[in-house]
Every structure is written in C-alpha cells, then in structure tokens.
Design a protein around this ligand. Structure first.
Ligand SMILES: [Fe+2]
Length: 378
C-alpha cells in the first residue's frame, strides 16, 4: 500500500487571505535576504518588508547557476534567513541560496546529474511565500536550476532538509496574476497532481492528497478565467491545490510530461508551465491508450487507468474519455501555445528525446513513441 511517506518532512503551512501581514513576526527581516519578483516590489503591502530586509534581490526568470553563485557570494555569512516571495523561479532561487550559504563551491557542483558533490542538507531557514499557483516549490525539497542554450539543462538541488521551513500562502497575493501566467502555472500544478496521482510510485497517502488537489482544480480552475463565482475562494482552492501538488510530487514522483518539459526548458527556454501545459493532454491521452492496449498490464498500470476513469466520472462522464476531452478543451480555452511557437521543429526532436525521461509514468514510452508524441505538439 505504501513504502514510505514523510508528511513530517513538510514545513509549517500558514494559509489564508491577508496572512502576509504576519511575515514580520515570523522572521527577523533585518537579518534576512528578501528575494522577490519585480511585481511584488510594486505592491504597496510589500513596502515595509522590503525596506526592512538586510538585502533585497529581484528574480526575473528561472534561476541559473551564475545567479545563485553571485547572490550567495553577496550575502553569505551576513544573513540568518531567506524570505522568498514570488513565483516558482523566485522560490527556487531562495531555496538554492539558503542552501548554498551553508556550503562551499558552486551550486553546479551539487546539482543532480551535473555535479559530483552531495548536498549536506545544511541550510538557512527559508520562508516561502508563493504568488502564483504553480510549481508547489513552497512544499518541495528541490530547487530547479536551469542552464540555457545549446548545452542547456534543468536540474535539481535536492535534500529533504530543503523543504521551506514555512510556506505562507496568502491567496490575495495571487489575485493580480495575469491570466496567461495563471494558465501556464495552473497547468503545471495540475500536471504535477495528475502525474503523481497515476505515478508508479503513488501510494495511499499521495492518492488522497492528489485526489483532493485534482478535484479542487476541476471544480474551480476554469471559473477563474470565466470570472464566474467567488474569485477569492476559487483562488484559495487553486493555491492550496498547487501546494498539495508539491507534496505529492515530492513523495510520488512525476511522469513523462515533466520528463520532456525539462529539456524543453533547458534547450529552448520554454517557460516550465507552458511546456507542461502544451504536453499534458496529449501525453495523458497516449498514456491511457497504451495502457488500455497493453495485454500484460500489471496492477499499477490497471490502477492508473482506474484513477483516470474516476476523474472522468467525477466531472460527470462515464470514464477516462471525459477527462481527456476536458484537458483538450483546457488547452484551447487557455490558449496554451504549441511547441513550434518557440521555434521547435521536427529536426530538434531527436535531441529532445535523448535528453528526456519517462520518470514514473505508468506507461514507459519508447524513444520512437516519445518522438511521435512531441511531433504531435509541434
Ligand atoms: Fe512542474
């Protein structure tokens, strides 16, 4: 039923509208590094926090090793904690700097699949305050660091101790997020929930959390864009679902959507949420098709199909087709662009496939199947 699960490994959660005001009571801002996005500094509520912080740094894009190293050099030995307020990139940058303030060398030395050193787990206290419902970084033990370009990569700095000590989720902070960003971040969070729900490593605990997150999405996500219903409550539901996605991915893993999204971000700079969003419906459809055709399907494969059926029934259909059709409609409704929009052509597919992975997807796509899947999303 379950091999291992560590809810104790998650940090403390503070959730609710207006709770940003509690931040000064949670950390000595005078000895903290504040990392945030530009939009947060323009926010009136942030004025006092940023003026009190010992150091302030803004992050505009997915963090690369050079940014983490230079920021660490600037603050190492001078701060006692890190406060990260922003989207997934900001939270990951905060997580990495908090850890590297307690380690020697470059962050690149410690990245999985890149460096040769293992993180010791030493880190400064980190308060993560997300402003988008996306990566769930506020609940995860890894920071994703990207090197862009021809030899690009997206790799993780990971240790159980790197889960932020406090996740402060104030849904009011999400309300000013522009629709296109809310769409791509939401598709990332939904992908994380769905991939961890049907993952080969899923278990009874992660299933319960993923189901809750998925149904919160199915009940609220599109209404946020239609401007129907109570927006603040819908935003709270999606913010909480994204947080749950961080816990489920950390404990049950991810699948082929994220296994391909990594190289797409590293090589071509495609925003992570957009990469996940554009791949997710087709990947789920093909996963379901391959599993249902598999004659020697094992228990975990059959379980994955049953889970997709349950979600289809939850939204009023008779099985998985209803869910798969809904995901196709989301792609159109949310105007998630195809891969060719980012300059990806058929000639790039082999390189992408070579760097991709199936992770814990219940159907392990062959390189040829994966190439065909990417081709369908050009
Ligand atoms: Fe993700």
């Amino acid at each position: 039923m379950v091999d291992s699960f560590s809810i104790a490994g998650t940090g403390r959660l503070l959730f609710g509208a207006g709770r940003l005001s509690e931040l000064p009571n949670l950390a000595d801002t005078g000895s903290a590094l504040l990392i945030c996005g530009n939009s947060f500094l323009a926010n009136r509520k942030s004025a006092s926090i940023s003026s009190e912080a010992a150091y302030v740094h803004t992050v505009r894009e997915e963090p690369d090793p050079d940014l983490i190293d230079s920021l660490t050099e600037r603050v190492k030995g001078k701060i006692k904690s890190v406060i990260a307020i922003g989207g997934g990139s900001v939270l990951d940058a905060g997580k990495a700097v908090a850890a590297m303030c307690c380690s020697d060398g470059s962050v690149e030395d410690y990245l999985e699949g890149v460096g040769t050193k293992t993180p010791t787990g030493e880190t400064l206290p980190l308060i993560a305050v997300p402003t988008t419902a996306g990566t769930g970084s506020e609940a995860t033990k890894n920071a994703v660091i990207s090197r862009r370009g021809e030899r690009g990569y997206k790799k993780s700095l990971r240790h159980d101790n790197f889960v932020p000590s406090i996740a402060l989720i104030d849904p009011e902070l999400y309300l000013s997020c522009p629709d296109p960003i809310m769409a791509s971040c939401g598709m990332d969070a939904f992908s994380q929930l769905l991939e961890s729900y049907i993952s080969l490593k899923s278990n009874a605990y992660t299933d319960a959390l993923a189901w809750r997150g998925l149904t919160l999405f199915l009940d609220n996500f599109i209404d946020l864009f239609n401007r129907t219903g109570k927006r603040s409550e819908q935003m709270g539901a999606i913010a909480f679902a994204a947080y749950l996605s961080g816990i489920t991915l950390a404990n049950a893993g991810l699948g082929t959507v994220h296994g391909i999204a990594g190289p797409l971000g590293g090589f071509f700079g495609i925003p992570h949420g957009t990469a996940c969003g554009t791949l997710m419906p087709e990947t789920m459809r093909r996963t379901a098709e391959r599993l249902s055709r598999s004659e020697d399907a094992d228990d975990s494969e059959n379980r994955a199909l049953k889970k997709l059926d349950s979600l289809g029934r939850y939204i009023g259909g008779s099985g998985r087709e209803a869910l798969l059709d809904l995901l196709d409609k989301w792609l159109v409704k949310l105007e998630i662009p195809a891969l060719s929009t980012f300059g990806i052509e058929a000639g790039h597919i082999d390189k992408i496939v070579t760097a991709s992975a199936n992770k814990d997807n219940p159907w392990q796509f062959s390189p040829e199947e994966m190439a065909d899947l990417i081709k369908a999303r050009l």
